[in-house]
Every structure is written in C-alpha cells, then in structure tokens.
Design a binder for this molecule. Structure first.
Ligand code: NAD
Length: 453
C-alpha cells in the first residue's frame, strides 16, 4: 500500500506515515456507507439529534488531543488549534438541533392534500483542503449527518490526522459503524472516486478553483449536486473617513492569520489615496509586532507554512519585482516560517495583486473615490470575502451591495460564523455552507399529492 509521509512543518521532522486508501477500498467503503445510511435515516429525529450531541461531547473531551495533532501536522499555533477543535464541537452541537426541525410543507391544492418531505440524499462525499483540516470537514459532515446522510470524507494529503481522529471519535461516541468514514489518500484516487461513484449523491468540495472546476465537470456527468468553496483574493477597503487606527491595527490579522493560508484572507488592502501613507505608517508596528514562531510556544500568533512545496510557492512571489514596504520577522528555521510581508505594487495587474498567494503577503493599493474602490475590489475572478471601513453608513451599505463577494464585514474583519451562511461568488464557489439552512442543502424535497376524492 502506498504511504504518505507527514512532516512537522515547524521543525521539518518526520511525523508519521499514513496509508493512502486505494480505489477498491474506497468503493468498499462507499458500499458500506450505503447500508449504514439506511439505518441512520430510519432513526427517529430525536435519536439522531442525541447521537450528534454525544459526538459533540466526545470532541469536547478530546480538544487538547485534537489541537496537538493540528499543531504537529499543520503547524497551527496551539491557541488557534484549540479554538478549531472547539469549533468542531460547536458546529456539531448547532446541527444537532436540525433533525427535529427538518419539516416539510402542507400546500393547499384542488382535489386533495399536498405535502412535502425533506429526504436525505444518501451518501455524501466531502473533500477537504489542508489549511483548516478539521473545521472545514465539520462544516460538511455535521449538517450532512444531521439531515440523515452517511459521509465519506477525504482529508488533504498533507494534513489528515485530525480528520482521522474525528472519525474514531464518532465511533467511540456511538455513531453507527460506517456512517462516517474518513479515507485518507490522493485527490486523483479517493477524491476522484467520490465524484465518479454513482452511490455518492453529493460532493462538498473545498479547495483550489482549478480542482473545483474538475470536480464540477465530473459531477455533471451524473447530474450530481456540488457545493464548491474555492479560492479567494479578498479586498479590505479603507475609506478616509474610517477609524483609521483600528482599521490599520487589525488589518494584518485579516490576512496573516494562519500564516495567510486562509481562503478569506483580505490579501488586497485598498486605501483611499488621501490617507494611504498614514495607513501604511499606522499598520507598520502591528505587522512588525506579530509573533511568528513555534506553534507550541505561549503567545505565538503565526506558525510556519504547511509544507516545503508551499513555502517555495509563496517565496516565488517575492522576486526582484516585488515592491516591499516592510516586513515582520520570522525564525530562521528549521521550519517553514515566513515573515509577514507588506507590498506596495505599482500596477493593479501585478501578479501579486491578482493571484491567490495563500501565504503571509499582502498588497496595499490606493484608490481615488468610491467608484474606483468598487471597480478595484471587483477586478478579480474571485469573490469570497471582504471588509470595508467607513463611518458613513449609507456608503457602507452602497459599497457592500456593489462589491461582488459572498461574505463581507463592515468595520470588522469577522468572516466565518457557524450560524450564518458562508460561501463565494464568481470563481470562489457555488452554494453556501453553515447557517440555519445548511442541513436542508443535504436533502431533496419530495412532493406527495394525496387525493381526497
Ligand atoms: P486543492 O484543490 O489542491 O486540494 C483540495 C482537496 O482536493 C484535497 O483533499 C485534494 O487531495 C483534493 N483533490 C485534488 N485533486 C482532486 C481531484 N482530481 N478530484 C477530487 N479531489 C481532488 O487545494 P489545497 O491546496 O488543499 O487548498 C488550498 C485551496 O483551497 C486554496 O485555493 C484556498 O483558497 C481553497 N480554500 C477555499 C475555502 C473556501 O471555503 N472557499 C476554504 C479553504 C481553502
């Protein structure tokens, strides 16, 4: 069996080997999931809800263990990793309320009664990227299970450990066997098989726009629904009338958190020309003060990049043409540490302005007026997230409506909450995760007419 060698990105030592699931085992797992789903869907909604609450409790009891796995496998700072594990618990708890609230409609029609049922889809395939291995997995599996589906989940090759442990915790908490199976391995084998297997009835894919396109094309062959959460190049728009200090001091956290490996990273900061220099001045201490270091050390805010290949990819954007305003600091290594970097590109078409770098590099650009800010914010194929800063409430609403993006915050950098919908427009994705309607997205509405004649 082929193996994946996992490396601790904070010290470059080998962590362990993980077997890659071969195609025939993926098929066998999907067949087992089909059977497990039938029993799960037949349970009373209250029993499914209780099972999900027990799963949440098992995750709660393993916060420290899950966090340490993420620290060593992904390089996330310990405090952040603890938050992520707690978030998985919270997402499970939130969707444990769904089974008892998934109700249909009764529609008045001539000659009878029409009623609808929200039927589970069957087996759902979830494909996860490496940047937030457990939280993104939970955004898919918690509502999918709540709606009465079975789940097969493929973690990213570099970061499978927390998802594998969550699969064990599901079993330990009493979830039926084969209902939630985690299958580590290659995208081109395991992920692709989810797409091509007829018994997998929906794909939830989070990852790059390039692979997302392939997944969507493959799913089209079976008219299989997909949710796509893809890349981003989000803008943080700062108007001259805003609380400039607050905008500047917080901006680095909106892009450098998780070492910039965040689909919602506000990696373009657009600043009204009259306050451009002042904004850069105000942001400098905050960038230079960010604590980049060992993920286990107290107070570390930013850990290493996830992998040597990714470190090389991010580094390639800092060539001779990159106009660096200033940089923070990072340990020398070993470990794939990268100092937070602020660029002031001359051109709006510079590749650092247009491409998703997915690392701690931000471009700061001036704009002239509201129309120019909107045009610049929208001049990207992506549309996932964004922030805007102004004290003018009318302008805040105007710009929020005009900015082509799925998620936006005003005078804040908040982007993801489990109780509100999340997802992108344009080439950042299709469909929404999270929020009160997410479990229903894992059902089909069945319409039944009952004649009274
Ligand atoms: P990726 O597209 O390379 O891989 C994502 C997942 O898809 C992995 O599990 C991979 O093994 C699998 N995969 C690869 N080829 C496949 C195929 N042919 N068929 C099926 N599955 C396949 O992305 P990545 O490098 O792991 O993650 C980074 C990207 O994810 C960035 O572009 C980032 O913006 C995006 N992302 C988006 C969101 C969002 O919510 N919109 C969240 C996190 C990350």
């Amino acid at each position: 069996m082929s193996m994946t060698t996992l490396i601790n990105p904070a010290n470059e030592t080998v962590l362990r080997e993980v077997p890659q699931t071969p195609k025939d085992e993926v098929d066998a797992a999907i067949s087992r999931a089909v059977l497990a789903q039938r029993g799960w869907a037949a349970l009373a909604p209250a029993d499914r809800a209780a099972a999900l609450r027990r799963f949440a409790a098992a995750v709660d009891g393993a916060i420290e263990e899950l966090a340490m796995l993420e620290v060593t496998n992904s390089g996330h700072p310990l405090g952040q990793a603890r938050w992520e594990a707690g978030h998985v618990r919270d997402v499970l708890q939130y969707y444990s309320a769904a089974p008892e609230r998934m109700i249909g409609q009764q529609i008045p029609v001539a000659g009878g009664v029409d009623i609808t049922f929200l039927e589970p889809l069957g087996v759902v395939g979830i494909i996860v990227p490496w940047n937030y291995p457990m939280t993104i997995a939970a955004w898919g599996f918690a509502p999918a299970l709540a709606a009465g589906n079975a789940v097969v989940l493929k973690p990213a090759e570099w970061t499978p450990l927390t998802a594998m442990r969550l699969g064990e915790l599901a079993l330990e908490s009493g979830l039926p066997e084969n209902l939630f199976q985690v299958l580590p391995g290659k995208g081109s084998v395991v992920g692709d098989r989810f797409v091509t297997h007829e018994s997998v009835r929906k794909i939830v894919f989070t990852g790059s726009t390039e692979v997302g396109r392939q997944v969507m094309a493959g799913a089209a062959a079976q008219v299989k629904p997909v949710t796509l959460e893809l890349g981003g190049k989000s803008a943080n728009i700062v108007f001259a009338d805003s609380d400039l200090e607050k905008a500047a001091v917080t901006a680095p956290y909106a892009v450098f958190d998780n070492a910039g490996q965040d689909c919602t990273a506000r990696s373009r900061i657009l600043v009204e020309r009259s306050v451009f220099d002042r904004f850069l001045e105000l942001m400098e201490p905050s960038v230079k003060g960010m604590k980049v270091g060992q993920p286990t050390a107290e107070g570390t805010e930013v850990g290493p990049l996830v992998h040597k290949n990714h470190f090389d990819s991010v580094s390639s954007f800092l060539d001779d043409e990159a106009r660096v305003a200033y940089r923070g600091s990072a340990p020398e290594g070993p470990g794939y540490f990268f100092a937070p970097t602020v660029l002031i590109p001359e051109s709006r078409t510079d590749r650092r302005v247009t491409d998703e770098i997915f690392g701690p590099i931000v471009s700061v650009l001036p704009f002239d007026d509201e129309a120019d800010a909107i045009a610049l914010a929208n001049s990207t194929e992506y549309g996932l997230s964004g922030s805007l800063w102004t004290r003018d409430v009318s302008r805040a609403i105007r710009v929020a409506r005009a900015y082509e993006t799925g998620t936006l915050s005003v005078n804040s950098h908040s982007s993801v909450r489990y109780s509100t919908p999340f997802g992108g427009v344009k080439q950042s994705g299709l469909g929404r995760e999270l929020g009160p309607d997410a479990a229903e997205a894992f059902t089909e509405t069945k319409n039944v007419f009952i004649s009274t004649d």
